[in-house]
Design a protein around this ligand. Structure first.
Ligand SMILES: Nc1ncnc2c1ncn2[C@@H]1O[C@H](COP(=O)(O)OP(=O)(O)OP(=O)(O)O)[C@@H](O)[C@H]1O
Length: 125
């Protein structure tokens, strides 16, 4: 039988993980600000459903990458609090994953929003 109370508790701890990430990590603050900005621009421009689908996928991808990156950082700090070349590689690889997702997300945003902005510019004259 499904234990709904346990499921609710899991959602609650997962949510508090996201909140503490935003509070503690500078990059997460940048992601949060970018997410809000992209949503405001999208609402203002009037993205279509398919465009929101790609934008939301890009936003979620960056957040998932940042969450895994931060989790890996914490585990690395736990097992290797002192400098270690392998700890450096582990952290740099994880940071690289965030960078790849962030570049792709910026590409998706530009690809979707620029034609809208261009049309506005052309038809406003
Ligand atoms: N124990 C360690 N051994 C070797 N290098 C480390 C270690 N801890 C951190 N570093 C290096 O310092 C960089 C920054 O690590 P830090 O733990 O401060 O992450 P951060 O500043 O939160 O980075 P990110 O931008 O990925 O969130 C790492 O990418 C790595 O190159």
């Amino acid at each position: 039988m499904i234990n709904f109370s346990k499921a609710f508790q899991s959602i609650s701890t997962a949510w508090s993980g996201i909140i503490s990430l935003i509070k503690e990590e500078n990059n997460a603050k940048i992601h949060a600000a970018s997410t809000i900005l992209v949503i405001i621009v999208g609402l203002n421009i009037g993205f279509m459903a398919i465009e929101w689908l790609w934008i939301s996928l890009a936003i979620a991808g960056v957040w998932v990458a940042e969450l895994f990156n931060s989790a890996l950082e914490k585990i690395t700090d736990l097992v290797a609090p002192e400098y270690h070349p392998l700890a450096k590689k582990a952290k740099d690889f994880a940071a690289g994953a965030v960078l790849v997702m962030a570049i792709w997300a910026a590409f998706v945003f530009c690809l979707i929003s620029f034609p809208h902005l261009w049309m506005r510019l052309v038809f406003s004259n």
